[in-house]
Design a protein around this ligand. Sequence first.
Ligand code: TYM
Length: 327
Amino acid sequence: KLRVLSGMQPSGQLTLGNYIGALKNYVKLQHTHDCYFMAVDLHAVTVPQEPEKLKDQSEAVAALYLAAGIDPNVATVFLQSTVSAHAELGWLLTTLTYMGELERMTQFKDKAAGKESVGAGLFTYPSLMAADILLYDTALVPVGDDQTQHLELTRDLAHRFNQRYGDTFAIPKGYFPEVGARIMSLDDASKKMSKSSPNAGSYIAMLDAPDVIRKKISRAVTDSGREVKFDPQNKPEVSNLISIYAQCAGKTIAEIEAQYEGQGYGPFKKDLAEAVVAALEPIQQRYAEIRSSGELYDVLRQGKERAGAQAEQMLKRVKEKMGYVVL
Ligand code: TYM
């Protein structure tokens, strides 16, 4: 079975963007691939985190994976910080990464823009992400569009290492959803939907109550026309809503366009809200059960063991190649 690895930052509440862009594909891939899914808590501290919140949100990410349908007996679910090989290989790959490569990263430029002091971890973040992926001989990385640049760097670092020290790392590929690889903000379709947005109306959190979801969708910005048509160039807001609808209801874009022909945005938005609620409500119920049982810790302990064994092997190989004395 081909290896799959991916992760999400526990730096806020997971959104519909995380669900459609990545988590839905995690669930899909687990039955055909050897999967590793983590909460990337080491990445989260590249911007300041309250300790209590970090803990709660890390557990929330893992619990949402399970609630969305990841079976911990099939896939390995773990917290990045519990497998120390990530930080170690992260350092080794940082020494292989060029400043210019990191300076070109748009996520860094966006997050650093206008800030007076920017943590060095925010800058070297992509080298740690490369380590996450390369530690597991990963073939496929299910992510949204916004991670393309980081994946490209991962591939470059793998090639660079292999050239310098001999064949060691597999070269991973991204795996993207056909529809919704980039879900946009509800208040501004030029920005991606993000859990770190200060405006809660701009995103739908996976744990938003049904009435909150309905309200947010009814307030979502649209153009002044009335045609429900998928046209990202000229109708970015409506096209974004159609993508969300398609993914939540399991319909094609063409089916949705046909269904609302000549009806305007009102009925479309109403049904969209119900489709999102129907997709998230069962996940929310399972989430509550998982958080109130103790099962999460058993899953994470088992995940730490399985991922750790795998990662340690690779780290040892890397150290030997680089000339470290491995005892
Ligand atoms: P993060 O935590 O920002 O997002 C988690 C996943 O959700 C996807 N995503 C979206 N997809 C579509 N539309 C959106 N609006 C949207 N917002 C987020 C992201 O593409 C991602 O797949 N650097 C990563 C975390 C990471 C990682 C890794 C991922 C660290 N190490 C190793 C894969 C493999 C990040 O910040 O994701």
